[in-house]
Design a protein around this ligand. Structure first.
Ligand code: PGA
Ligand code: ZN
Length: 419
């Protein structure tokens, strides 16, 4: 099956950011069968400095022009059962590491659409096209319950995300339900401390009360305990500090708390949070160049998920650099950060080489596409970070439930043991 036509259009993320959607027509030259697949690029708000360039200079219209001029003519004729040939072609026509000519949004939407086309042309689900016949383990859903940082316009807690994750759910439905229940119950506790809270949520569907980071953690811990006891599922809580957003070059600025922490104080602050709130998951506790502090934290908390997002930006070289010094126990994989599924797969291999767990992740500006659920299963990720509430988040979670059904008795779900 070969690509016979390639189309691009402007569409929107759930946040209302303009992004690109790529549509591929694929034709079987022998039978004449035709199929059409589509995919869109998500968009981040707290982007890492080392990510690929989202749009080329000139913005979305320059991205469209680059697709039409450089990409479309070159990918027509390629065999979609070999999606890496499309990914390789994207590298070739762009020629820069950061996709400066065509932009990362065009690259990832094309890469996703080509993988969808490969799966559809073989009549298999995307997760098995990516991961093979034995890809049958479902990831644990990690979801954003309370939001702060940049995602809440700097008016909520200074830490960007307060997260929950079931650790030993019996199946994917119960796993998703656990997070949904925690998210709902947290409102009750928020209203006790912030009576004027209107129920506002951010782009990722997390509640956005004007409370401190420690109050957020106390509330989350309480709701998690309650749901854990009722459902008989162990629940872990965690944070995405997104520390590069706090870092001013010298100190970490906690605006709402009214505190500035130097790197040493930041280290002690994070270590204390982990101990006091028994955090299972800690993402980007230090800024994106501070590999050393990551390694020190990991050394102290080997059994926790110490995770790099802006630190690694799904870049195999940065992951290897971190792996060599033991900077993390987990790696965020956002395929759009690096531009193609091929490169994201190399990033996963790099993480595995150093025994790190894989967390496949959405962006704060995401779309209704379900692609990420399949990528998580296909890559064998232990965790999928894709929010809890909101259409573009539940699209992925509901798809995981469908994949679980489809796999039936062959489905297993990741179990994480901390204590
Ligand atoms: P972003 O942030 O999608 O807004 O860049 C999400 C994250 O930091 O994990
Ligand atoms: Zn992050």
């Amino acid at each position: 099956m070969q690509i016979s036509d390639a189309w691009i259009r402007k569409v929107f993320t759930g946040r209302g950011d303009v992004t690109v959607e790529v549509e591929l027509t694929v034709e079987d030259s022998v039978t004449g069968d035709v199929l059409v697949t589509r995919a869109a690029a998500p968009a981040g708000a707290s982007r890492g400095a080392h990510e690929v360039l989202y749009f080329p200079e000139g913005g979305v219209d320059a991205a469209l022009a680059a697709f039409e001029k450089l990409v479309a003519p070159e990918i027509v004729g390629l065999d979609v059962t070999e999606p890496y040939s499309t990914d390789g072609k994207l590298e070739e026509v762009d020629g820069t590491q950061r996709f400066e000519k065509i932009g990362g949004a065009v690259a990832i939407a094309t890469s996703f659409a080509a993988a969808e086309a490969g799966a559809a042309s073989l009549g298999v689900p995307l997760y098995s096209f990516i991961g093979g016949a034995y890809a049958r383990r479902l990831p644990l859903p990690l979801g954003n319950v309370i939001g702060g940082g940049k995602h809440s316009r700097g008016l909520g807690p200074d830490i960007q995300e307060f997260l929950a994750m079931p650790l030993n759910p019996p199946d994917i439905y119960t796993a998703v339900y656990t997070n949904v229940e925690i998210h709902k119950r947290v409102l009750k506790y928020i209203l006790k401390v912030d009576t004027s809270f209107t129920g506002g949520k951010n782009d990722e569907g997390a509640w956005t009360p004007r409370i401190s980071s420690t109050t957020a953690l106390k509330i989350l811990r309480e709701a998690a305990r309650e749901v854990s006891g009722e459902l008989g599922v162990e629940v872990g809580i965690g944070v995405d500090v997104a520390a590069s957003s706090l870092w001013n070059g010298e100190k970490y600025v906690y605006k709402n708390e009214g505190v500035k922490r130097d790197p040493r104080e930041q280290f002690e602050f994070i270590a204390k949070l982990i101990e006091e709130y028994d955090l299972v998951y800690v993402e980007d506790p230090f800024h994106e160049e501070d590999f050393q502090s990551f390694a020190e934290l990991r050394d102290r908390f080997k059994d926790r998920l110490i995770v790099g997002d802006d630190l690694f930006v799904t870049n195999p070289e940065r992951i290897k650099k971190g792996g060599k010094i033991g900077a993390a126990t987990g790696v965020i994989i956002k395929p759009d950060q690096i531009g193609t599924l091929l490169r994201a797969h190399q990033a996963v291999s790099a993480a595995r080489e150093f025994g790190m767990r894989v967390i496949v992740s959405h962006r704060s500006g995401d779309t209704e596409y379900k692609t990420l659920a399949h990528i998580a299963v296909g890559f064998g990720a232990e965790v999928i970070k894709t929010g809890i509430m909101g259409g573009e988040r539940t699209a992925k979670l509901n798809e995981l439930i469908r994949i679980g059904d489809y796999l039936g008795k062959w489905a297993t779900i990741t179990q994480i043991r901390i204590h």
